[in-house]
Design a protein around this ligand. Structure first.
Ligand code: AMP
Ligand code: TRP
Length: 333
């Protein structure tokens, strides 16, 4: 079966190793498989659910597109565009918000985390964020959605929304119920400062993450300072769960080298962390530096990036405007 792939990344700056290993690396592999139809969206409407500086947002939209291309997605064979250029996303989100239940959204853990203690002060957009995400996916009849582990709950909601819409409007199989594509291993990269916390764009400490634009010296320094524990390197997978930092660093190493955790453990078992950290830094520099260099090169050519996004949005609009027309008909407009 021909796969239709859709995924999105928020242009909120600081794209990091977690985004790369959890999502973008997978986008690249899927986009290289000949029969797949791929759409990768810079989800700028999602970004403004939290206050953004307009100038910085514009820069971040281009940087996210540049990251897709620098990582290896070919804009000629995949669609790369930004969400706000295709109005069907907002229209569809509204319609879907009228079939979604408040009780479903109340269960979303990401909202609880992002809203923090004072939920009354969070934007309505932040609350209904997963409905917009469902609109993104369902407009393109996506069959598969590659994401990091943290988006699993949002995808389950998307499936519920699709089924509810089909049911309410007596339209069997009209909205396609998508399958999540979450990597079995290494789908959740943790902070370099705390193995129990997700690596995140919004962590105030830059030492907690490897940014995709970090240069060699910065990578070396961050890995040197990464938290470990006082024991030597682990000897088998069994005793890893009690050592979250060791598990995370070994996971990063394995994922970058596309090898199993066991293989990495065997390579370093019983050795000192310092030796492992040296090899990890080398691997990171080898894989990340070319991407970082290419992102910077692309960012110097804003016209080129804007053209990619414009062309992508025209192609996306063709697909999405057809679907939203059908949705409107079903609803009775
Ligand atoms: P975001 O930056 O929140 O738009 O996330 C873009 C993609 O990166 C999504 O598929 C996330 O699931 C994934 N992602 C973000 N942070 C991590 C992380 N620490 N580990 C693995 N995947 C992540
Ligand atoms: N919510 C996703 C994230 O923060 C980004 C996103 C928006 C997305 N729309 C999507 C991912 C559609 C997959 C499909 O990571």
């Amino acid at each position: 079966m021909r796969k239709k792939i859709f995924s999105g990344v928020q242009p909120t700056g600081n794209l990091h190793l977690g985004n790369y290993l959890g999502a973008i690396k997978n986008f690249v592999e899927l986009s290289n498989q000949k029969d797949n139809e791929c759409v990768f969206c810079v989800v700028d409407l999602h970004a403004i659910t939290i206050k953004q500086d307009p100038k910085q947002l514009k820069r971040n939209i281009r940087e996210t597109a540049a990251t897709f291309i620098a990582s290896g997605i070919d804009p000629n064979s995949s669609i790369i565009f930004n969400q706000s250029m295709v109005s069907a996303h907002s229209e569809c989100a509204w319609i879907l918000s009228c079939v979604s239940k408040i009780g479903w959204l109340n269960r979303m853990t990401q909202f609880k985390e992002k809203a923090g203690k004072d939920k009354e002060k969070a934007s309505i957009g932040l609350y209904s964020y997963p409905v917009l995400m469902a609109a993104d996916i369902l407009l393109y009849d996506a069959t598969h959605v590659p994401v990091g582990n943290d988006q699993k709950q949002h995808l389950e909601l998307c499936r519920d929304i699709a089924q509810k819409f089909n049911n309410d409007f007596d339209a069997l199989d009209f909205l396609k119920v998508p399958e999540p594509l979450i990597q079995k291993q290494f789908s959740r990269i943790m902070s370099l400062k705390d193995g129990l916390k997700k690596m995140s764009k919004s962590d105030p400490s830059d030492l907690s993450r490897i940014n995709l634009t970090d240069e060699k010296d910065v990578i070396l320094n961050k890995i040197k300072k990464a938290k470990t524990d006082p024991m030597p390197m682990p000897t088998d997978v069994m005793n890893l769960s009690a050592r979250p930092e060791a598990e995370n660093l070994l996971g990063i190493y394995s994922s970058l080298r596309s090898q199993g955790l066991e293989e990495s453990i065997n390579e370093f078992k019983g050795k000192q962390f310092s030796e492992f950290k040296e090899r990890l830094s080398e691997t990171l520099i080898e894989k990340i530096e070319p991407i970082s260099r290419e992102i910077k090169k692309l960012l110097n050519d804003e016209k080129y990036l804007d053209q990619i996004l414009f062309n992508g949005s025209e192609k996306a609009n063709k697909i999405a405007s057809k679907k939203i027309k059908e949705i409107k008909q079903l609803v009775g407009f």
